[in-house]
Design a protein around this ligand. Structure first.
Ligand code: NAP
Length: 182
């Protein structure tokens, strides 16, 4: 299982339940990595997606402590042929992942801040789009440069898109735990 996220210079992730930057190279990168796999997200991130709908071409697993609140989304997803699974805790998530039985590199944790915090100990890699500018964020990722479990494995070349400078970096978790499969 891997993390994928974009962060600003201060590891900011978002503001007002939206991304800080919407850069097409980052969107293409995210799509190329996750298409055909499983994406795990928190209920707030689901709400932040266009139309509040799950992502097509992927199995979407949404974590919420109140699954009843997503009954409408489940019904709409079914009608639209989108794959939405809802889990209320880590045990249910383990159960879902066990049933899907996909290789770990096809399972992506896609946010937001709460869910990254919850699942990062179980992730082997973090694919980070690192924007070099600082934005006014209201939620943050842990600083992987100072986290003793994580190390920068590959620093991407600096790129530019519409005056925004960014890199695609890869971090590895040297003490990744197994998510216990129920
Ligand atoms: N930069 C990026 O790559 C990126 C990616 C994704 C999101 N984001 C940003 O991140 C922000 C949203 O992050 P967030 O931290 O506010 O919300 P979030 O992580 O998307 O969702 C939080 C929700 O997840 C559920 N949850 C959390 N822990 C749980 C657990 N242990 N078991 C079951 N359910 C659990 C709860 O839902 P209930 O309240 O329904 O119980 C909680 O309110 C937005 O600004 C978004 O744009 C950024």
């Amino acid at each position: 299982m891997n993390l994928i996220f974009s962060a600003d210079a201060n590891w900011g992730l978002g503001k007002d339940n939206q991304l800080l930057f919407r850069a097409s190279p980052d969107m293409r990168h995210f799509k190329a990595k996750t298409l055909g796999g499983v994406v795990i997200m928190g209920r707030k991130t689901l709400e932040s997606l266009p139309g509040g709908k799950p992502l097509p071409g992927r199995v979407n697993i949404v974590l919420t402590r109140n699954p009843e609140s997503l009954e409408g989304s489940l019904q709409q997803s079914l009608e639209a042929g989108l794959h939405l699974w809802v889990c209320r805790d880590l045990d249910e998530l383990s159960l879902c992942l066990g049933r899907l039985d996909l290789p770990s590199e096809k399972v992506w944790v896609i946010g937001g801040a709460e869910i990254y915090r919850l699942l990062m100990p179980y992730c082997q890699e973090a694919w980070v789009t690192r924007f070099l500018a600082a934005a006014a964020a209201d939620c943050f990722m842990a600083d992987l440069d100072t986290d003793p479990d994580w190390r920068l494995a590959e620093e991407g070349e600096q790129q530019e898109w519409e005056n925004l400078r960014f890199r695609f970096d890869l971090y590895r978790n040297e003490r990744a735990k197994e998510l216990p499969l129920v």
